[in-house]
Design a protein around this ligand. Structure first.
Ligand code: X2X
Length: 334
């Protein structure tokens, strides 16, 4: 090998090596969330970013954009934006991504999951794997689970403890049409709107009620906009999913992929434990502020479950009958 050929070969090798090992990492990756740091959801994202920065010794930097600002407040567009590469990463609710990933409606089926063990049995088992495969197939790599929480019902008019109490009540619901069906089955008058529009609509009385986890009710001070009655019916809980656009994922080295995923798993576990441990304290604080809270008895809960059975009939083929069966078995055997 003459000197010239040697230099050319080393230059080529150096170029190739750097092209592979640094695969054009961005200086900063965007992370989308709906709720900011005051909420467990935002804290889950904060934790992920912090762990990745620490474990990569500052090589991988992520910046959180909360309040769905990267999709102009429309949280139902977050998944598409990630798929197309407009957003690199997100910690998102299964509800908001369900328009693009129908399987995610599984978690919104009314009264499928009676308690935390039921959520875990689904997410940590075969059904959870099938849901992750469905997300991956649609252009986004899911890394770990977090939790928004059991969604409880509040309203400004009356104490709700049976389905007929919902008669004609205007309820703000989230981005999946499944919620329209659930509340229509209960005789209510549901209106779909983004989180950004929800509080103003409650303030003006454009809607009478809403459903969200207690942590959201508490931090967003939903009691201050006339929501005096709260029904703890645990009708569904939305897990959060830590995820990354497939295009971005493929640019990371295998080592860094593992780092990103382990950090997401650790952040998710931390957030799930933290938010579950805070629920009773939050409930006490809400009561202290004068909100009337009803805890449904098993019999009362059963009446709501019966009244919403039609949602299963309508949605099972869209979600997948096998997936629903897997989830129901997981719950039964928890
Ligand atoms: O919009 C909502 O209700 C919220 C914040 O809980 C979600 O994004 C699912």
């Amino acid at each position: 090998l003459n000197r010239r050929a040697f230099l050319a070969a080393t230059a080529a090798a150096t170029f190739m090596f750097s092209a592979v090992s640094h695969a054009q990492y961005k200086d900063e990756y965007t992370v989308s969330t709906v709720l900011p740091s005051a909420f467990p959801w935002g804290q889950a994202a904060d934790k992920w970013v912090e762990l990745v920065k620490e474990r990569s010794e500052g090589r991988i930097n992520m910046k959180i954009y909360s309040n769905s600002q990267l999709v102009s407040g429309d949280q139902t567009k977050e998944f598409s934006a990630m798929r197309s590469g407009l957003i690199d990463m997100a910690v998102g609710s299964t509800i908001n991504w369900s328009p693009q990933v129908p399987e995610l409606n599984l978690f919104s089926l009314p009264f499928l999951m009676p308690d935390y063990a039921a959520i875990d049995a689904i997410t940590q088992g075969e059904a959870g794997e099938a849901v992750f495969a469905a997300i991956k197939k649609r252009g986004v790599t899911p890394l770990a689970w977090g939790e928004n929480g059991f969604r409880e019902l509040s309203n400004s008019k009356l104490m709700i403890d049976e389905p007929s109490d919902l008669d004609g009540l205007k309820i703000r619901v989230v981005g999946s049409p499944l919620f329209q069906d659930t509340f229509t089955a209960l005789g209510a008058n549901p209106t779909q709107m983004s989180w950004a529009d929800a509080k103003p609509a409650l303030t003006t009385g454009a809607v009478d009620g809403q459903e969200n986890p207690l942590s959201v009710f508490d931090v967003a001070r939903i009691d201050q906009v006339g929501q005096k009655y709260l029904t703890r019916w645990h009708y569904m809980a939305d897990p959060l999913v830590f995820a990354i656009s497939n295009r971005v994922w493929d640019q990371f080295s295998a080592e860094d992929q593992a780092l990103l995923q382990q950090a997401a798993i650790d952040a998710g576990q931390w957030e799930i434990e933290k938010s579950r441990s805070e629920v009773e304290g939050i409930l006490a604080a809400i009561k202290e502020r004068g909100v009337e809270v009803t805890e449904l008895t098993p019999e009362q809960r059963e009446a709501f479950k019966k009244a919403t059975q039609a949602v299963y009939d309508k949605w099972s083929s869209r979600i997948g009958e096998d997936l629903i069966k897997q989830a129901q078995d997981a719950v039964a055997n928890r």
